[in-house]
Write a protein that binds this ligand. Structure first.
Ligand SMILES: [Ca+2]
Length: 369
């Protein structure tokens, strides 16, 4: 997925090639150009501001897009003409807006158990998926071990995250990141501030890594690579874990190190358990990864942990809808750390259980559950 500055179609290079950004030479990019553009044979001598082609394409008349370009020129020394040429080729994607609107959390609370957790789990913990996870783990076991040693995050969690996010690289998204982020920055006011920050960071990433910003693809929301990192996560947490001098989210080893680093920066505690199943029922208590209870509060409500809580006095109360009943769990800090990747009890439990299933299958236990 890496493209070494195969920048633009030749028709666009006429004006853009002289100003290709090089991160190693920021001062050259920041030098204001004041001289008129030399007149071509038989042509006019134009002042610079007259030689710039305005932004065209889907965002041509978009005030936010033009303000964004101003910011990128002033703050990061990008070449205005090149930004015009790149953003002119970005597409406003209606399906991105539709899908983003569908992300709003549902507030419907079911009146009783209906198997919601079983359905969610069965999307990820399947025999085929587990075998694919075993193959990924075996192929990258050295990097997984190194990530465990470096960041304290065990292989099953990294394998579980990459499995749930992209099925170990099989489903990394087909939307051009530039289209997704431009659409959400310039035509989605509710989240425009967040996404325009992501677009800013994405363009910085492409410049630093010498990627063509028009080539990189990912999710409709702009998430990239094996671990589906947003640009801000790339900037803060991604690492070059194969030592080739580039941070490449589409490289499995870099993704393994980056996911582990993300976890170590979000409260993962080396060697500790994730969650402990409970005996009993506590229908009166609020549940979810955000709840906080002392173990004595939960004991008073009728719950007992099925194994030791590892010295943790404060836990969350997790409840899984098994179809005909609820299963309660004590959530420990490492469970909360998984929710920092995606704020959902189901998500975190699926990551953990998928990783555990892959781990068991590797050891010859092919039974799922
Ligand atoms: Ca690398």
């Amino acid at each position: 997925m890496r493209y070494l500055v195969a920048f633009l179609p030749s028709v666009l290079l006429l004006a853009a090639c002289s100003s290709e950004p090089k991160s190693a030479q920021p001062s050259a990019m920041l030098t204001p150009q004041t001289k008129p553009v030399p007149a071509p044979p038989g042509g006019f001598l134009l002042e610079l501001e007259h030689a710039i082609r305005p932004l065209w394409g889907d965002f041509a008349d978009n005030a936010a897009a033009n303000a964004f370009i101003d910011k990128m020129v002033q703050k990061h020394g990008f070449d205005r003409q090149q930004l015009h040429d790149i953003l002119a080729q970005a597409k406003r994607l209606d399906y991105v807006l539709r899908l983003m609107d569908q992300q709003a959390p549902s507030v419907t609370v079911p009146s009783g158990p209906n198997g919601a957790w079983i359905r969610y789990r069965n999307k990820f913990v399947t025999p085929d998926n587990v075998q694919n996870g075993v193959a990924f783990w075996n192929q990258y076991q050295d990097a997984l071990q190194r990530a465990w040693q470096t960041y304290g995050v065990p292989p099953e969690i990294i394998v579980g995250i990459i499995g749930v996010e992209t099925r170990w690289g099989r489903v990394m998204g087909k939307t051009r990141i530039l289209d997704a982020l431009a659409t959400l920055s310039f035509n989605y006011p509710r989240r425009a501030q967040y996404f325009s920050g992501e677009l800013e960071t994405f363009l910085l990433m492409a410049r630093n890594e010498k990627d063509d910003p028009l080539e990189l693809k990912g999710s409709f929301a702009g998430a990239m690579g094996y671990g589906q990192f947003m640009p801000s996560s790339y900037q803060q947490f991604a690492v070059d874990f194969n030592g080739d001098g580039h941070i490449n989210l589409w490289d499995p080893e870099d993704a393994i190190g980056s996911v582990a680093h993300y976890f170590s920066e979000h409260g993962w505690k080396r060697g500790e358990a994730v969650a402990i199943p409970a005996t009993g029922q506590a229908p009166e208590l609020a549940n979810g990864f955000k709840t906080r209870y002392s173990s004595s509060q939960l004991a008073a409500a009728g719950l007992r942990p099925q194994s030791a809580l590892g010295g943790h006095e404060e836990v969350s109360l997790l409840r899984l809808d098994m179809g005909t009943s609820y299963q309660y769990w004590y959530g420990l800090p490492n469970f909360y750390a998984i929710t920092r990747y995606n704020h959902s009890t189901h998500y975190a439990m699926a990551v953990w259980q998928l990783g555990e299933a892959v781990s068991k299958a590797r050891q010859g236990d092919f039974l799922i559950n």
